[in-house]
Design a protein around this ligand. Structure first.
Ligand code: HEM
Length: 161
């Protein structure tokens, strides 16, 4: 695995994109800003839906309505995170790909995706505003928020390791 990562790092360091990210002064801050804005969209949308599942906010609409409204923001936010994250990796491949916190973050991202899609399916059945969510749907909503938080901590922490 380490050899595979080293090979990928060497290849990325030879690309034009790597040179651009290294030499254009505003490229890294601009991409980081986009990454942070996308984190805000993903986390805020998930948090709003989770609060709704726990009947702590937005109870005038059904959870299914909130899901239909918010889940697109999570999906497109994740697409932006993937693209901006890939650009940051091109800029400094060794720093991120070899970092244990980055690897942890990617594993947690797979867990978050599974929780997100399971929650999206779970809230589709909650079509009446007064309908209480099943314990399993509440569990998914709570876990998803905890996993997003863990991913955010890992993302920030990479800079200090
Ligand atoms: C989809 C794939 C993703 C990739 C490839 C990716 C990649 C990266 C990279 C390379 C960095 C820079 C780390 C450094 O060198 O300091 C970063 C920063 C960060 N990422 Fe991601 N990321 C992704 C998704 C996410 C998600 C889903 C979240 C949270 C919801 C997230 C949260 C963060 C945070 C908080 C930072 C620190 C930003 C800063 O302080 O400027 N990332 N990410």
């Amino acid at each position: 695995m380490a050899e595979l990562i080293d090979g990928l790092v060497s290849w990325l360091e030879g690309t034009g994109l790597h040179q651009t990210m290294q030499t254009v002064e505003w490229a890294v801050p601009a991409v980081q800003t986009i990454h942070i804005l996308a984190i805000a969209a993903v986390f805020a949308s998930s948090l709003a839906l989770s609060l709704r599942v726990f009947h702590l906010a937005g109870s005038d609409w059904s959870a299914a309505q909130w899901g239909a409204r918010l889940n697109g923001w999570v999906v497109w936010g994740l697409v932006v995170l993937l693209l901006s994250g890939a650009l940051m990796i091109c800029g400094e491949p060794g720093r991120s790909l070899n970092n244990a916190l980055f690897q942890t973050k990617m594993i947690l991202l797979v867990v978050a995706l599974a929780l997100f899609f399971a929650l999206a399916r779970g809230v589709r059945a909650l079509v009446r505003p007064e309908q209480p969510a099943l314990g399993s749907v509440r569990l998914l909503a709570g876990l998803l928020i905890l996993v997003w938080l863990a991913i955010i901590v890992c993302g920030r922490w990479i800079a200090y390791t």
